[in-house]
Ligand binder design. Sequence first.
Ligand SMILES: Nc1ncnc2c1ncn2[C@@H]1O[C@H](COP(=O)(O)OP(=O)(O)O[C@H]2O[C@H](CO)[C@@H](O)[C@H](O)[C@H]2O)[C@@H](O)[C@H]1O
Length: 480
Amino acid sequence: MRVLSVTSEIYPLIKTGGLADVAGALPGCLAPMGIQMRTLVPGYPAVKAALQNIETAHIYPVFFGGSAQILSATASGLDLFVLDAPHLYERPGNPYTGPDGKDWADNAIRFAALSRAGADIGKGILPSFKPEIVHVHDWQAGLVPAFLHYEGGAKPVTIVTVHNLAFQGQFDPALLPEIGLPDEAFALDGVEYYGTIGYLKAALQFADRITTVSPAYALEILQPEGGMGLDGLLRQRRAIVSGILNGIDTDVWNPATDVNLAANYDVRNLTKRARNKTALQKRLGLTLDPMRPLFGVVSRLSWQKGLDLLADVLPALTAAGQLALLGSGEKSLEEQYAAAALADPENVACIFKYDEALAHLIQAGADILLVPSRFEPCGLTQLCALHYGAVPLVSRVGGLIDTIIDANEAALATGVATGIQFSPVNAVMIEAGIRRAVGLYQDKNTWTELQKNGMRSDVSWHQPARRYAALYHEALRLPV
Ligand SMILES: Nc1ncnc2c1ncn2[C@@H]1O[C@H](COP(=O)(O)OP(=O)(O)O[C@H]2O[C@H](CO)[C@@H](O)[C@H](O)[C@H]2O)[C@@H](O)[C@H]1O
């Protein structure tokens, strides 16, 4: 089976969040099941710099304001199609924002172009790769199903995966002709979305299957509270909505072999893990204290992640323990955490950048990994934490519900608990969760059991890959 994946990010070439991890992992984990997945990505500078075995697969003399080509290439073991359109993608820095931190003014065109190329490959423009399925990710690839719908004729099955319903890609309706959609598309049962062109809406309207990245989030987005304006449409199409959990790459994330750690360990020699806590405390200038519970955070700094609420209860956290936070994003949050670190450097350390190696050391050195998200489609950091023996302390939302088993009395009695959940998501309950975590941490036998249960959980892509394969087969049998 041939599947074209269309995404604006792919690990390890270009990443701003978890989407890249998933897009990067899927092809490799589907290959053993006979699924040949090739991925179409924009030709950002970082992508082009990594390419090998480059061939021109298709030339567009005129394409959204410049000339462009589709390159066939490989990079880091990935089979790629790269939309090489320098007038759209050859820009420094972040894929979505300019040096001033604002969205590129032509994002509507940049991602209409990505979708256009995806739709063209879907329709068989490349003789060497005619996909049966086009699997698109998030709003950036959301117009693929719409282009295929309005053009009619033979088309592949389309599947959209929503990694985050909060990012919807809404643009000026005046752009409709430039994007290449017919006037009739600007309708309630088309791409119109609250007076704008909605790229994610378009995908949800026209894709043959809709998935999101956990079963719990798949239910949450059907409700007005979690649907972010799209719940009505999702309810209408609920028969084709499902949730498939993410996994993590257990070769990249393996505490037994991870070169970023001070000491490697596994579930059978967990005592060695302590050396990573010391190394982390040393590196971040925290007081060296093996007994003090060390909380870790690895996250984008955004409203979604609930870190403003955590900031409000830092005194309760530092009364009992320490915080190592790695993240970047909203400036106001960075300022808040920078002030907290300045006020109590022995207990609070905050690093505001993207640092893959430090993320690994935090997972190996922290006792507790905090994820206080307001909503969380799946979440990857709590999966890494489970695998690394950092006990996750998470809000009871989305994928955090599906991946963590709360250490309640029943779960402790049956020996299945892997973490701590709190609900609802507010400062009072985060503080209560912190107190519960500290209490459990002081009971060494219970704590070790939580760590070991987590490390034995299957967080790999093994099961998720089987579910995607089953979905592909089901969708091919029964196109809607
Ligand atoms: N400063 C930093 N330095 C180094 N690494 C950092 C970092 N900040 C974040 N990361 C890494 O980036 C990734 C973030 O993935 P998440 O799934 O946790 O959240 P995100 O909201 O970006 O993803 C969205 O898409 C994914 C994928 O589907 C969903 O799991 C999620 O719920 C949804 O919000 C993780 O691999 C994490 O380790």
